[in-house]
Write a protein that binds this ligand. Structure first.
Ligand code: UDP
Length: 481
């Protein structure tokens, strides 16, 4: 059996088995990672859960899942696509019953993956398999060891967030895990993190999150089971020059390869590859009709929910500011059954001013010359996409890594401003922040800084760039394993 850890002894090309994490924000980086691996000569078995496959098929746009990989195969890339059941019928509402779903993903899914991986290996025992799994999965080290596979962990968020989670033990020792909800203290003891205020920590570390699934998962990965600490290699969707200290400190512990922004690594001229769980509304015609640098793009990503009151304040603020806007309002943006989340008559009031959609092609939007700013929840993909397109941000972080990403965007890199302090926002604040992003000294400063950061991202992906070199180094180290 040549599969397994002795990659160096195999004459076969490395063959990645990758099961994508079933969230939109993890799917795009995973797809782009496998395309990149395939373009560098790896074979890939790429797997979605059956539910995600169904959603992708339903959202059908020009590049459906199968089309994308079929095209890749035609151009000579060795990508095989298949699905795995997550144990629930396709109709089961995984968002509404997310606790039940994730309990089962923790408890029962690993056995399915184990069986699945075993079957793949048996089907072609000569292949030089390795496992790439999203860091947020709770089973990769266990499964990789059982099948004697090299274990590659893929982190889709910034190194800063990883560093904080990596040092849960230190946080606990210092009384900051779980962290009291309303304290503000500067932490100076996390290796590679010069200083971070407790208010910028990921909310899942807080006392109020003690019963959440997110905290349970993070503890399992970084602490109790130390799944990620057992990985052979860790790929991160960030850029070395942007997070140098955090990455260097982590590198003392495990081999870290910053290879971001992975979603753009297929080239500067081609559009970023994406797979969408929801159908995209065409926004191009509307954007084409707008003057250059005149439209604010507003989106809070694929998952977060907020209150109706906040959505209404933002709506009033947009109206009062008179800015042209393109707003993604998902049908589940508010955590209630209320379908009328926007103020009464809002659609009519803004019909010449704004376009409201449920989902769009965000990369196309951000790269459109009409866009002047991005009001964002600071999901890491959104941050990288905004930088790539040189669009300054108005930050409104709500959960998971977003408050910590906000610190990087606003405090460290100065390429965005805060929408407000805390979660409650008023329409007056919305107007004020939109105005300062559109013109004036704040706007000028943001534009200067984002150009610098954008250049760092572009350089990282150039032929001699750090992410490109790190990717090649990773492949070399993998083959030598
Ligand atoms: N996105 C999109 N269309 C939309 C809104 C979002 O294509 O209308 C994409 C966006 O480009 C990004 C992903 O969805 O790649 C969201 O990931 P992010 O990390 O920003 O946030 P999350 O959804 O994970 O909170």
């Amino acid at each position: 059996n040549q599969s397994g850890k002795n990659m160096a002894k195999s004459s076969q090309k490395p063959h990645a088995i990758m099961i994508a994490f079933p969230f939109q924000g993890h799917i795009n980086p995973s797809v782009n990672l496998v395309m990149k691996l395939a373009s560098k000569g790896c074979a890939i078995t790429f797997v979605h859960t059956e539910f995600i496959h169904q959603m992708l098929s339903k959202s059908q746009n020009s590049s459906s899942e199968l089309d994308l990989f079929a095209e890749a195969r035609e151009s000579g890339l060795d990508i095989r696509y298949t699905t795995i059941s997550d144990g629930f019928p396709v109709e089961f509402d995984r968002f509404l019953h997310s606790n039940e779903y994730w309990e089962s993903m923790l408890r029962d899914f690993p056995a399915r993956v184990d069986e699945f991986v075993g079957k793949i290996i048996r089907s072609d025992p000569q292949s030089a398999y390795f496992l790439i799994a999203d860091t947020y999965y709770t089973w990769p080290a266990t499964i990789a060891r059982k099948h004697n596979l090299v274990d590659v962990s893929f982190w889709t968020e910034p190194a800063l967030v990883f560093s904080i989670a990596y040092h849960l033990d230190l946080l606990r020792e210092n009384g900051h895990f779980p962290c009291k909800d309303n304290i503000e203290e500067n932490l100076n003891y996390i290796p590679g993190v010069s200083s971070i205020n407790t208010r910028d920590l990921m909310p899942f570390l807080k006392e109020s999150s003690i019963t959440t699934m997110e905290q349970k998962v993070v503890v399992k990965i970084f602490d109790v089971d130390e799944q990620v600490k057992k990985a052979d290699f860790i790929l991160q969707n960030t850029v070395q020059e942007l997070e140098f200290e955090a990455i260097s400190a982590l590198n003392q512990k495990q081999p870290i390869y910053p290879i971001g922004p992975i979603n753009f690594s297929t080239g500067f001229t081609k559009p970023a590859i994406s797979q969408n769980l929801w159908a995209q509304t065409d926004t191009k015609t509307w954007l084409d009709s707008k003057p250059s640098s005149s439209v604010l793009y507003v989106s809070f990503g694929s998952l977060v929910q907020t209150s109706k009151q906040i959505i209404q304040e933002i709506a009033h603020g947009l109206l009062l500011s008179k800015v042209s806007f393109l707003w993604v309002v998902r049908s589940d943006i508010v955590n209630s059954n209320d379908t009328d989340v926007l103020p009464l008559g809002f659609a009519d009031d803004v019909k010449d001013q704004g376009l409201i959609v449920q989902w769009c092609n965000q990369n196309m939007v951000l790269s459109h010359p009409a866009i002047v700013g991005f009001m964002t929840h600071c999901g890491w993909n959104s941050v990288l996409e905004s930088i790539w397109c040189g669009v300054p941000m108005i930050c409104y972080p709500l959960s998971s890594d977003q408050p910590t990403n906000r610190k990087l965007v606003v405090d460290d890199w100065k390429i965005g401003i805060n929408l407000c302090d805390g979660e409650l926002v008023t329409r007056e604040e919305v107007v004020e922040k939109i105005d300062s992003t559109r013109s004036g000294t704040v706007s000028d400063g943001l534009k200067i800084e984002i150009k610098k950061v954008r250049t760092i991202l572009q350089k990282a992906l150039a032929v001699d760039g750090s992410s490109e070199k790190n990717f090649d180094q990773f492949l070399k180290d993998l083959k030598a394993k």
